[in-house]
Design a protein around this ligand. Structure first.
Ligand SMILES: Cc1cc2nc3c(=O)[nH]c(=O)nc-3n(C[C@H](O)[C@H](O)[C@H](O)COP(=O)(O)OP(=O)(O)OC[C@H]3O[C@@H](n4cnc5c(N)ncnc54)[C@H](O)[C@@H]3O)c2cc1C
Length: 603
């Protein structure tokens, strides 16, 4: 019999990033008992790394902004595959969530007259990102943590959930282990909120840290929930490319928002070469106008560097492929040029982009106030995830909620920068609120001890195999395969090759063995994470193969145009009764007439 500690909560939140903490605060405020489980230390979630800011139509810098413009921008960025109700709620509620964060103690950068300052970002019509230099996520997490801790929320740190437990159709809790000692823990809960973030570690080059192995998506899928939009993986155009040890680390879009320009090896500003018709009338056709825009001139048009991320990323790939890249396989991003415009440019850059300044100084020995950076695309964000109800965030499994990056719907085919932090606040709050309601309205759950026993046995299997491959090699091969064949530019033959490799990798995973004991054993942790990585990689590959067109972040070399027959279709993924992954095409939600009218007006 496996030994495990048991904890009881009304609501269990898995993940302590922005979405998880916001959900926990809301559930706790509703008077239910709340536990938060996090794979790493409290305060070390992905959210803490967010740099550029939180998108909310506060209209502090440009009074033409309002929720309708934000809604229309989000829908256009997502190529109208967004859940329109979620996009509406997000645009309407984000300003209140930001002000609330301020009331709880967050210190944002200010306008001259003392209001929250907002900066420009790709795809947003007006300056909209509330920020704290380039350390917005840190301030957000600090504030949420302080607030949450004082509400008496129980936090279980360095504890990784490996399985969700069910009572009939309903979720009944979760089972995991603590990283330090390897001891098992059982959490019994009437409602569970998944807030586990993204899937970046399925790829070789990513801005995501070690925790982002798609756990929430895989946990939900194996518990019977539906995943959707998995083909839409966002490649951020600017990650570091040199030195190799830091490849993929993010270079915030804030650099371009502050005036940074992209150049190829011939010092040519190549983004002017390819402006999509959709953005022609909103994009500057001369550098001077673009610069004025980044300085908040209401009448100027945005520079082409601030077009949507998928477009900028593909332009960079084109320059590199055609031999016009930088020495280490990227292009140049130059903010130092603004010294031609500002007498105190170096100080200005250090003040507005302190983390970028230190990141390049310390990791690449480059002073960004004096010389350009080398950058290239990096896997950054997944638009797909657990399908949820727009208002409540509940998945298809009763009592199981999902919020933040592991939920799907808000961003459609592509996310605008800044819309994730606002997503966490708006839908984190909603998930917490409705999870608390669910817990209050439903009776207690019971956990089947046999199910717990089976989960413990499965988790320990890698120790019992005497000979077998180590998990790191399987992980390495999976990441390379996803990078090469299911990457930024996709085609049928390569996706087919990836799909044929996935069962081979699953088979290798079933045989991995790990040595040592359960106390802080990274090999064992990787073996357990691999199940999640394989699940999400298979889902991404199947969905990418099925969508035979190019839309948003999904680009098919063999189908480079949009296809109307896919315009209102989601790829959904479920576990079949035989345990096999099933993919279906399902119609997208209709855009109600009042929201459609807003979209038309904004065009
Ligand atoms: C470098 C960088 C900069 C960014 N900048 C911005 C920006 O400026 N604006 C913006 O809007 N977005 C930005 N993003 C995106 C944004 O930060 C993320 O999408 C967002 O923070 C995700 O928040 P979350 O709450 O969903 O998850 P996370 O903050 O990723 O937190 C996930 C939590 O789940 C836990 N967890 C995971 N698996 C398990 C498990 N099995 N068991 C227990 N716990 C688990 C983790 O330990 C963690 O606590 C940026 C992303 C990166 C990487």
């Amino acid at each position: 019999m496996a030994e495990y500690e048991t904890h009881q909560h009304d609501v269990l939140v898995i993940g302590a990033g922005g979405a998880g903490l916001r959900a926990a605060i809301e559930a706790s405020a509703a008077g239910v008992s709340v536990g938060v489980v996090t794979k790493s230390l409290l305060g070390k979630a992905h959210t803490v790394m967010a740099e550029g800011g939180i998108a909310a139509a506060l209209a502090n810098v440009d009074d033409r902004d309002n929720w309708k413009v934000h809604f229309a921008d989000t829908m256009r960025g997502g190529q109208y595959l967004n859940n329109p109700r979620m996009a509406q709620l997000h645009a309407q509620e984000a300003p209140a969530r930001v002000r609330e964060l301020e009331a709880w103690g967050a210190l944002f950068d200010r306008t001259q007259d003392g209001r929250i300052l907002q900066r420009n970002f790709g795809g947003h019509k007006y300056p909209r990102l509330a920020h704290v230099g380039d350390r917005t996520g840190l301030e957000m997490i600090r504030t949420l943590q302080d607030h949450g801790i004082h509400q008496g929320i129980d936090v279980h740190m360095e504890c990784t959930i490996v399985t969700l437990l069910k009572d009939g159709d309903r979720v009944a809790g979760a089972f995991g282990y603590d990283r330090e000692r390897g001891r098992f823990k059982l959490f019994q809960a009437k409602a569970v909120v998944l807030a586990t973030g993204g899937i970046g570690r399925a790829y070789k080059v990513t801005s995501n840290s070690w925790e982002y192995t798609g756990d929430g998506l895989a946990l939900a899928y194996h518990a019977g929930a539906t995943l959707m939009d998995m083909e839409f993986v966002q490649f951020h155009p600017t990650g570091m490319v040199w030195p190799p040890s830091v490849r993929g680390i993010l270079v915030t879009e804030g650099v371009r928002g502050e005036g940074g320009i992209l150049l190829n090896k011939d010092k040519r500003r190549f983004m002017f070469d390819d402006i999509p018709p959709l953005y022609k009338n909103q994009t500057a056709d001369n550098p001077e106008e673009g610069w004025r825009y980044t300085q908040g001139d209401k009448n100027a048009k945005r520079p082409p560097e601030l077009l949507t991320r998928d477009h900028v990323a593909r332009c960079i790939v084109r320059e590199v492929k055609e031999g016009r890249g930088s020495p280490h396989g990227g292009v140049f991003l130059d903010i130092s040029w603004i010294k031609e415009k500002l007498p105190n440019a170096a100080e200005h850059i250090k003040k507005k982009l302190p983390s970028m300044y230190h990141q390049f100084k310390q990791l690449a020995d480059i002073d960004i106030t004096q010389e350009p950076m080398e950058v290239g695309p990096t896997v950054h964000y997944v638009m797909g995830g657990v399908r949820v109800d727009a208002d409540t965030q509940m998945s298809d499994v009763p009592g199981l909620f999902a919020a933040g990056e592991c939920g799907a719907g808000l961003h459609g085919a592509n996310r605008l920068g800044g819309n994730s932090l606002s997503d966490l606040l708006v839908f984190g709050k909603r998930a917490g609120e409705y999870a608390a309601c669910f817990a209050k309205e439903h009776s207690a759950v019971s956990v089947n001890p046999d199910e717990v026993e089976a989960a413990a046995r499965q988790a320990l299997e890698p120790f019992e195999r005497e000979s077998g491959e180590g998990p790191f090699q399987v992980q390495h091969d999976l990441q390379n395969m996803m990078q090469d064949w299911v990457g930024i530019v996709r085609r049928e033959e390569e996706l087919e090759k990836a799909l044929s490799q996935i069962p081979v990798l699953w088979e290798r995973w079933r045989k991995v063995s790990v040595g040592g004991n359960r106390e802080y054993n990274p090999g064992w942790h990787t073996a357990l994470d691999l199940r999640n990585l394989l699940t999400v990689s298979e889902a991404i590959t199947r969905a990418a193969l099925e969508r035979k067109e190019s839309r948003g972040a999904h680009f098919r070399d063999d189908y480079p145009a949009k296809d109307e027959s896919f315009a209102k279709v989601h790829m959904t993924i479920r576990k079949g009764p035989d345990g096999e992954m099933r993919i279906s095409r399902e119609p997208a939600s209709e855009i109600p007439a009042d929201l459609q009218q807003i979209i038309e007006e904004m065009k």
